[in-house]
Design a protein around this ligand. Structure first.
Ligand code: IMP
Ligand code: MG
Length: 177
């Protein structure tokens, strides 16, 4: 099999949209203490670009490692915490940052888990949403792009841990040799 990547969303489109979403978050969280929780690893580029546009001097960041994919392009449906938050979110306004909402299983697991930690509020912000695969509905508060039912990679997203370094979002095409 030969792997071929086609550009789906350019880095210019991403930059423009990320600025728009950040502006909305700045407005909504104007006078609030907010903690941005990035879901590793796929979110790292999005989180970095988004946070550069957040103007609060009180915003903090944390990370959580969740794994639902055991490689390849299909969800196993099982979610586990592979690395937990560093700090408590009790009483805090949390904005969860995700790379992509696909089946919704990862985020619904996370929301249930966070409920027990008693935050003041939890909002979801995702770079991508793939609505065609949804199994568990989750309310998405901020999103950059809705994409078709294709396996995407780049800008932090991986295919078997590779391609995260691409500056744009691409679609993988597999060609038989
Ligand atoms: P969900 O639990 O099915 O919503 O999947 C969420 C996680 O699966 C994301 O955080 C990604 O890590 C991964 N994922 C889902 N779809 C894709 C894709 O098209 N490309 C790369 N990773 C994906
Ligand atoms: Mg992944």
């Amino acid at each position: 099999m030969i792997e071929k990547v086609h550009e789906l969303i350019s880095k210019e489109e991403i930059a423009k949209k990320v600025k728009e979403v950040a502006a909305q978050i700045n407005k909504d969280y104007k006078d609030k203490d907010v903690v941005f929780v990035g879901v590793l690893k796929g979110v790292f580029m999005f989180m970095s670009d988004l946070l550069k546009e957040i103007d609060s001097t009180r915003a903090t960041t944390d990370f959580i490692g969740l794994s639902s994919y055991k490689g390849g392009t299909k969800s196993t449906g099982k979610v586990e915490i592979t690395a937990d938050l560093k700090d408590s979110i009790e009483g805090k306004h949390v904005v969860v940052l995700e790379d992509i909402v696909d089946t919704g299983l990862t985020l619904s697991f996370l929301l249930k888990d966070f409920e027990k930690r008693k935050p003041a509020s939890v909002a979801i912000c995702t770079l991508l949403e793939k609505p065609s695969n949804i199994e568990k509905y989750v309310k998405i508060d901020y999103k950059c792009f809705v994409i078709p039912d294709k396996f995407v990679l780049g800008y932090g997203l991986d295919y078997d841990e590779r391609y995260r370094n691409l500056p744009y979002i691409g679609v993988m095409e597999f060609i038989e040799e």
